[in-house]
Design a protein around this ligand. Structure first.
Ligand code: GZL
Length: 626
């Protein structure tokens, strides 16, 4: 007889074996389930609600694009306007083992932490309305400040010389979308005869907008226009003015969905004066999800979709008027595709790396590159673009020296039907369909990152006097980095700007300007904020010549994070570098290829970028590509 102990041991062994078999079966079963049903990727989509037509359209786009991929499945959740429920939905989707989460949210304050924690384990695409911060793989949405600005310009156009009183109907307070749309609108009407007499928050919801307005409007005789941040609230506004027989009030909305109660229909029925499309981005989100899951290189940080103005100035055939013809796309591409590229110059290490990236990527992609360098002359760049037009290239790309002065030549390119891609720097033109896409950085965020680091490293009670070395005057990076830095640093009274000096992004100018500033201020300077590495490296030499220790007596922060900056960081002569990605070649060629395949490009493709401290620079130096 087997002893009692032996029997017990045997039973334990049998239980253990059974457990192992069962676990394997589960795992196999799960894998079997996935592979068995013939799909590899499971996408989770979390919506805060489906009460807005815009969100219904978003899901439809996602479903449609997923159905083009036989190895992909999607699960949708709808939190019915509860942030707590949306957080639970996200956890449930992660529990199902989704490979990628797409989340659109109304309440970033409640959900940003949830998104951050999911992002630690799987890719996350934030769609439509944003989260605060950058803890996600990719944001697909619109430029909400631009939409707000366009809506403000339209309000001025609508109310004309006399101006008027406006109610602003905002979405959920605290959302970056609300803040940006409101900022853009207020910036546009600033110094005009339009004034916002009441701001309300209807949390993106139609009925709440209707109730708030019905209540407020009944004893407010003088309102001329309502600006609603989305079409659901615009419809609510319409119902309120209808109820109160106040059809004299103009209503401007955003979203432009072409569906029942979508603002495209409301405009054509003359219920809205106009609207600005805010493409839901479902199609783009799935396209990038495929690239992310396939571990493609060069995934951007933000993809910004183009918004168009739709007004009730009906064309003869009674359709809403979509102003501005669309930006040019590529009709009949030659083979190989011919790309004309007018580089701005050779002013910095960043620029040299950028040029190399474009040339190498063109070779790799089989694109015939007509490369020219304007050596910092805008006139030369304009001339080069005209040459490309005359040569009938398929696509033109260039890095505009400054933001302005491009209307004419871009009109000529548009009339010639040649798409123009802005590489690395944006332009400021009245009609943004004069260019087809922008590929580059968020310069204001680069400036904010520099300032945030300075403030977090600042010693309690210590006062700081800083010199700013600015890049090329009126260039997009110089304007953006100055604005972003100022927006943050001005919140701390311990920081005082001594001088802002134009260094044109060159090491020579950076050294000269820093030497002169030291003569004027000496050791009163304890911080230098440089818009690029080359000027920072020039400043380091000037500081040493002056007898002070760069990185110790004077804290230096720079933007670009080229190899030479990482070297200076690693030996303590530089204190912090904000990355500006120079390797735009692959993304530029992908955009050119997409155009040649008839795909519509996003309006802006914003590159993913990081930051470097002295410690992280030491780790990254060996493998740094530029
Ligand atoms: C930024 C780029 C700037 C770099 C400089 O995208 O345009 O121009 O920061 C370069 O180094 O000269």
């Amino acid at each position: 007889m087997i002893g009692r102990k032996a029997a017990g041991f045997l039973i334990l062994c049998l239980i253990f074996v059974a457990l192992v078999v069962w676990t394997r079966a589960c795992v196999m079963n799960e894998k079997v389930t996935k592979n068995d049903s013939g799909y590899n990727y499971l996408i989770g989509v979390s919506q805060p609600n489906l009460s807005e037509p815009w969100r219904v359209a978003m899901n439809e786009e996602i479903q449609q694009e997923v159905s083009r991929h036989s190895d992909m499945r999607v699960i949708f959740t709808d939190a019915a306007q509860s942030s707590e429920q949306q957080a639970k939905d996200v956890k449930k989707l992660v529990g199902y083992g989704v490979d990628l989460l797409i989340i659109s949210l109304d309440d970033p304050v409640a959900l940003t932490q949830t998104v951050s924690s999911v992002y630690e384990n799987i890719p996350v695409i934030v769609l439509g309305r944003g989260v605060t911060g950058y803890d996600y793989t990719l944001y697909v949405g619109t430029d909400d400040e631009m939409i707000g600005r366009k809506a403000g310009e339209f309000a001025m156009e609508t109310l004309g010389e006399l101006g008027g009183k406006i109610i602003e109907m905002q979405g959920l307070a605290g959302s970056p979308t609300v803040e940006e749309r409101s900022n853009g609108f207020r910036e546009a009407i600033h110094n005009s005869k339009l004034s916002i007499v009441q701001t309300m928050n209807a949390d993106w919801q139609r009925d709440l907008a209707e109730d708030l307005l019905t209540d407020w409007l009944k004893d407010q005789p003088e309102v001329d226009l309502i600006f609603a941040h989305n079409e659901a609230m615009a419809l609510g506004a319409y119902r309120a003015v209808q109820k109160l027989d106040r059809n004299d009030i103009n209503i401007i909305g955003i979203d432009g969905v072409n569906s029942e109660n979508g603002s495209l229909q409301l405009v054509s029925e003359n219920k809205l004066t106009g609207t600005f499309t805010s493409p839901p981005g479902g199609k783009e989100a799935i396209r990038y999800a495929v690239d992310i899951l396939n571990k493609e290189k060069g995934i951007p940080k933000k993809v910004i979709l183009r918004s168009q103005k739709i007004t009730n100035q009906l064309e003869g055939k009674g359709e809403p008027r979509v102003t501005h013809s669309p930006a040019p796309t590529l009709q009949e591409a030659q083979s190989p595709i011919v790309l004309g590229f007018a580089q701005v110059g050779t002013e910095s290490g960043w620029r040299i790396a950028n040029t190399k990236s474009v040339i190498n990527a063109a070779k790799e992609a089989g694109v015939e590159l007509l490369y020219e360098n304007a050596e910092q002359s805008q006139d030369k760049q304009i001339e080069l673009i005209r040459q490309f037009i005359n040569k009938k290239v398929d696509v033109i790309a260039f890095s505009p020296k400054t933001e302005t002065g491009w209307e004419e030549v871009l009109k000529e390119a548009k009339e010639a039907g040649i798409p123009v891609i802005l590489s690395d720097r944006e332009v400021n033109v009245s009609d943004d369909t004069l260019w087809t896409a922008y590929i580059g950085s968020d310069f204001r965020e680069e400036g904010r990152r520099a300032a945030r680091w300075l403030m977090q490293e600042a010693e309690e009670g210590q006062s700081y006097q800083f010199v700013e070395l600015q890049g090329t005057a009126h260039s997009a990076p110089a304007v953006g980095r100055m604005q972003g830095f100022k927006e943050v640093i001005q919140t701390d009274q311990n920081f005082t700007l001594l001088e802002s000096l134009q260094g044109d992004f060159t090491k020579k100018k950076g050294k000269e300007l820093m030497a002169a500033a030291l003569k004027r201020h000496g050791s009163a300077i304890n911080v230098v904020y440089s818009h690029n590495d080359d000027m920072a490296l020039g400043a380091i030499e000037a500081i040493e010549d002056f007898g002070l220790r760069p990185g110790k007596d004077i804290t230096i922060i720079s933007v670009d994070a080229t190899k030479s900056a990482l070297k200076a960081l690693s030996i303590g002569k530089l204190n912090f570098a904000v990355e500006c990605n120079a390797l735009l070649g692959p993304q530029l060629m992908k955009a050119v290829k997409d155009l040649s395949e008839g795909k519509e490009l996003p309006m802006k493709i914003i590159t993913a970028e990081g930051v470097f401290t002295q410690e992280s620079a030491k780790m990254a130096l060996a493998s740094r590509e530029y």
